[in-house]
Write a protein that binds this ligand. Structure first.
Ligand SMILES: Nc1ncnc2c1ncn2[C@@H]1O[C@H](COP(=O)(O)OP(=O)(O)O)[C@@H](O)[C@H]1O
Ligand SMILES: [Mg+2]
Length: 276
């Protein structure tokens, strides 16, 4: 278990539609960073309908609802690490804070309690990765505020989804964050749709920062086996793209074929731009 006192980076996945890939991508983000040796915690803040443990085939003995009670009764003495569930595959390890098992538990966790939990996790992990839900709720607004980078995910399928993506994108950009804090990522780019990606970019008024391909077979297989795409050796386009995406959040650049180059300062990595 990781030692205490780091100031971890918070990477949040957000969208205004469901089934755009928030959970799949946040799991792969956690896996890829952990594979590179980072201390990573993935927090499932889709409190009512969380999928992280389903996608990883984990059966956690504790959830965020148990941690909430632990903090309520023991305060700063509460051992947060004992409420986390390790995921391990082929030598890669990261930790999961699971969503509650019951709906009423999800309903009873406050924004303040969640904030305290994230702050505590930041002192233990280099990366705290947050999977969210698709709404501008009080909890999600608080998460957007405390995030280092918010990845706003979209897909191009039907008009209502695109209308909501536009509302979401405009709203995120009206929150006065550093413009490099928001990253717009298109998932399932080549899925069949009559609407062109370029038209969507024109509507949004900003280009996508990154585009992930559609591969339903690979995505479904990884969910069925509980093994994240980036930890499998099959080298699908989707897993390669996911690795490349993750490398944008670090100073390691994915150069294909399992190789990485360390980026000099002032390069294209999203952090270097955020902190320059
Ligand atoms: N790039 C992709 N290509 C094909 N299927 C995908 C891709 N990304 C996600 N999926 C599939 O889409 C569904 C929804 O993904 P999920 O991560 O659960 O979305 P969300 O968390 O935003 O609701 C899942 O069945 C997942 O396997
Ligand atoms: Mg999800």
């Amino acid at each position: 278990m990781p030692g205490e006192r780091i100031n971890g980076t918070v990477l949040t996945f957000f969208s205004t539609a469901s089934a755009v890939g928030k959970t799949l991508i946040s799991i792969n983000m956690a896996s890829e960073l952990a594979k590179a040796g980072a201390k990573v915690c993935l927090v499932d803040l889709d409190l009512q309908f969380g999928d992280v443990c389903n996608y990883l085939l984990l059966d956690p003995s504790h959830t965020i609802a148990d941690l909430q009670k632990g903090i309520q009764t023991q305060g700063s003495e509460c051992d947060v690490a004992s409420f986390l569930c390790p995921y391990e595959y082929d030598g890669t390890v990261f930790y999961v804070l699971a969503s509650p098992k019951k709906l009423e538990e999800a309903y009873n966790i406050s924004e303040k309690e969640i904030k305290e939990i994230i702050r505590r996790l930041q002192t233990m992990f280099e990366y705290v990765i947050i999977d969210t839900t698709s709404m501008f709720s009080v909890v999600n607004l608080m998460l957007l505020d405390l995030s280092t980078i918010v990845t706003f995910l979209g897909i191009v399928d039907f008009i209502p989804t695109i209308k909501n993506m536009k509302i979401g994108n405009d709203t995120l950009r009206s929150l006065n964050y550093d413009e490099n804090k928001i990253r717009l990522v298109l998932n399932r780019s080549d899925a069949k749709s009559r609407i062109s990606m370029r038209d969507v970019e024109r509507l949004l008024g900003v280009p996508f920062d990154f585009i992930l391909p559609n591969d339903f077979r690979a995505a479904s297989k990884s969910i069925k086996t509980g093994v994240p795409l980036v930890l499998e050796d099959e080298g699908t386009e989707l897993s390669k793209s996911l690795r490349e995406l993750v490398s944008r959040y670090t100073n390691r650049v994915y150069a294909g074929d399992e190789s990485y180059e360390t980026e000099n300062s002032g390069g294209s990595g999203w952090f270097s731009r955020l902190f320059s």
